[in-house]
Design a binder for this molecule. Sequence first.
Ligand code: ADP
Ligand code: MG
Length: 687
Amino acid sequence: MRSDNNIKLSDNVTAISGVGPKKAELLKKMNIHTVEDLLYLFPRKYEDRRHAVTIIEAPFNQDVLLETRVVTKQISGNPYGKKRLLRVLAEDNTGSVELLFFNGKYLADYFKPGQALTLFGNITLNNGRRQMVHPEFHTTGDKDDVRGLFPVYPLTDGLYQGQMRSMQLAVRETAKEIKEWLPEYIVKENNLCSPAYAIENIHFPQAERPVLESRYRLIFEELLTLQSGLFYIKRGRESSGQGVSVGKGVSLKPFLEVLPFNLTEGQERTIKQIECDLESSRAMNRLIQGDVGSGKTAVAELAMYKTVRGGFQAAMMAPTELLAKQHAATLKKHFEPLGINVRLLSGNTKARERSEILEDLETGDVNILVGTHAVIRPDVRFANLGLVITDEQHRFGVNQRTLLAQKGENPNILVMTATPIPRTLAVILYGDLDISVIDTLPAGRKPVRTFLRYGDSRKKIYDFVENQIKEGRQAYVVAPLIEESEAIDCKSAGEIYEELCKSYPNLRIGLVHGAMKQQEKDFVMEAFASGGIDILVSTVVIEVGIDVGNATVMVIENCERFGLAQLHQLRGRVGRSGHQSYCILVCGSDSETAKKRNKIMCSTEDGFVIAEEDLKLRGPGEIFGTRQHGLPELNITDLVKNADMLEKVKNVARDLIDRDSQLELPEHTELKKRVKKMFGEKIELRL
Ligand code: ADP
Ligand code: MG
């Protein structure tokens, strides 16, 4: 494919000669529809083919560039058959290499003895002979060079690197059409190259420097689009009216007297910050980061107390039914004696009860609503919602948080997470949120002792569990699967439950998993919480937030199947009281990753350290995937590697939105278009 002058940016990819419906379909899978989309598909990396090596020094089995000349060529195989093999012998001053092209008769004319021949591919050793099978090659007069920096694109099944490269080549001229669209002052202040230059060099690099300049420009514009979008959303929420000052003069004392403990230092600090936010006439937007067990719920309760006493309603959303129920129980215990009405709303709330709750919400008779996603359903309406809390925030998307907030008039927003997101990323995920960190654990907690064991010591492990139970404690056993699976070699929760029941007939053992009916789950969970069950065998349904202080052992079967953050959450279910607690990781794999994870888990209980390590092991994509956060897909930016640019671009975006909160200025037209495209339907943008 040659570059074509007549193709426009907005053309469908089928305008490119050689791209028919089939290829267009493949491109569509990669979300590439127009020529512009294609140009904005960026290489993952580059193959450096600038430096040739001699045949003698070329390493085997890895791609090398060779400068050779043709010695001989020969076609073998059945002369009447189709499968004919072309052998070419090539040499340089140090040695020779044999090239094999299966079915390669049609290539024979390219190779003329004595002619220069550049080769790219890997050399294998076959009976003492150096061979290259189907190398890429270039001879004099041949159009496509094999030397230089070669872009390596992300692909989809059925699409090849070579095809992607020639499509890019076909639209090379079109890239010149791309006009500068960033405001001039931003371009100047940040020394950005033009977008046309950036696109040209990202696809057709001549040297490292222009590639770096181009990448900088493209990451900058992508981050600016992302952050302007996030600021835009947030300002949109704020501008619909200033927040109101809530609860001035309301003392927290009556509630503190109901709480069965004294606040830790971290809790005190956080609640002071929240009080300031509530009393100020700006709407609160605060993220509480606190490791598992740090007591975020109590802080949330204080915020709710102040809000309710200040004359407003509060809503709290949790990611799972179990957690919502637990919160509701805690809240009822603390609030009902004070005459504050707490209700639980979930997908399982019976119709009659539901309509009663909805009614009482609208009249203001319900002061606090706790629930699952059910609370953001459109027919849930509040009389005067003043505070919105999302627990375990990392489970929700940006849009879910926004939906809940829209049920009030600029309510105060509090989000709580135990996932210690590195600060730079929190800034992106939560836009402009203020952050409080609860960095102290309630007094008297002993560190959880963590051990790594293998399946063969299962008997010993459970004997240990039995001993703990004899001392009056309880235990969790978590397994990755519900039922036996032939495909995956690991014990299911069901199997483990059966085995334990058989081996320890004197112990009271319960089983919960996600496929059980809600009522059954609740029944078992409640029995465990009240001490009626000694061992709770479960799948990860208990992962988030469950709180049973008397439980001191957490056995995690096939721990290699869980992510680090998940293991940390699970371990956080024990060590919640003064009793010494234990976490036993039963590992079914000796892979390197498993080893690394186990080592980290055994060496630290610090959620921040674990999160950083998790990030390194898994990469940000998996953790901060769009699905989890409602954050748009990024083309070129790596939020971890490019963390240094986040802060800088964030400031630029904030200034820009400060000047033009609706993105109405002509100089922001293209930016607005891009924000809209980036966020798509994922977020309700009033653009
Ligand atoms: P998380 O931050 O993981 O949500 P929780 O709010 O569930 O933690 O609190 C964990 C446990 O610690 C609960 O049983 C709670 O009652 C208890 N707790 C919270 N704050 C304190 C405190 N200041 N002193 C003693 N226990 C506390
Ligand atoms: Mg919690």
